[in-house]
Ligand binder design. Structure first.
Ligand code: AVJ
Length: 322
């Protein structure tokens, strides 16, 4: 990345931090959790006993891999499998192995904003699944999607796993699905994971683990402001707080100031005042049911063609068509 691009990114971060911390109530976007340390903390979250999402989706892949591939309905020409936010590809590998076994002609296009993640994944796949055709791409979802519109005249399946869509409020989720719709040809498909509504305590525990990894992940946005924008947040003076509303299905993360305090952010030339127990809203992790997913699809000009769930019905992967 050129230094000019980096400046723009730092600047975009600064601009949004400024906006969020001078608003009332205060907020910061969860997309800022993910720097190098944030990526590591998220990896640790996925290994937590409380964070059921990863295992549930992995189980779905193991249980239903044959039917999932059938639902992609690829002909002998094969297809392009595009994965947005591929990460370490652990779950996808289950499908990829099955594809190779059935000798489906497929090109796998893992996409991630992290060059580190893509380089590692491509190298790993070249070793573990050397027969697989892999074309890694680095970039933001939307920008890369535009590039991918015309990758081939084969069918394409766009995959978004991990319930990543849950970070978006419904209007923005619809925007996202609509955007995917615009790059799909008539028989292209979306394969997407949605964490489901369940016992509220189960949800709360997943975002409030005993070992405190999620708290560190949440506070990482403050650590980034300190490092990158010359802030002096005292991370000890904030607590991680999680709430879950079983009616809306929205889990929300907050950082709560335990005392009245003032924080300087030098690069933004601002002072941010906190009253005791004032909050910063940092993340939503939406939980869904069939009716809500059906509604999101309809609003985006899409239709659910199939769905797959795990034994506990914690999680569901849906196939959408135009
Ligand atoms: C990667 C957005 C799906 O919301 O469950 C994990 C991020 N935040 N623990 C989620 C996250 C706190 C995760 N997503």
């Amino acid at each position: 990345m050129s230094s000019k691009n980096l400046d723009v990114l730092v600047c975009a971060f600064g601009k949004e931090v400024h906006e969020g911390l001078t608003s009332f109530p205060k907020y910061l976007s969860s997309k800022f959790f993910y720097d190098e340390l944030g990526d590591k903390l998220f990896q640790q979250i996925m290994d937590l006993p409380e964070y059921y999402l990863t295992n549930a989706e992995y189980d779905i892949f193991q249980l239903h891999k044959t039917d999932i591939l059938k639902s992609f309905d690829a002909d002998k020409e094969g297809f392009d499998l595009v994965e947005l936010g591929a990460g370490d590809g652990k779950k996808t590998k289950v499908l990829l192995r099955e594809l190779l076994k059935e000798e489906h002609p497929v090109t796998y296009h893992p996409i991630d904003i992290s060059k580190h993640a893509i380089d590692g994944l491509v190298e790993n796949l070249n070793q573990e699944l050397s027969k697989l055709d892999v074309e890694g791409q680095i970039g933001e979802y939307f920008e890369v999607l535009d590039r991918l519109k015309h990758i081939s005249d084969r069918k394409k399946v766009i995959m978004v796993l991990g319930s990543n869509i849950g970070n978006l409020l419904h209007p923005r989720a619809i925007q996202f699905l609509k955007k995917l719709n615009t790059v799909m040809h008539s028989d292209d498909l979306i394969f997407m994971g949605f964490d489901q509504k369940k016992h509220p305590q189960k949800v709360l525990d997943a975002y409030n683990d005993k070992s405190g990894v999620t708290a560190a992940f949440n506070k990482n946005v403050l650590a980034r402001i300190n490092k990158e924008l010359g802030g002096n947040f005292d991370l000890e003076a904030f607590i991680h707080w999680e709430v879950y509303d079983p009616e809306s299905g929205t889990a929300k993360s907050y950082l709560v100031s335990t005392k009245k305090q003032t924080v300087d952010i030098d690069c933004l030339s601002i002072q941010v005042h906190f009253e005791a127990w004032e909050s910063i809203h940092t993340e939503i992790s939406q939980k869904y049911d069939d009716d809500t997913v059906k509604w999101l699809a309809k609003e985006s000009g899409l239709e659910i063609s199939e769905s797959f769930t795990d034994e506990n019905k914690y999680y569901k992967n849906y196939v959408f068509k135009k």
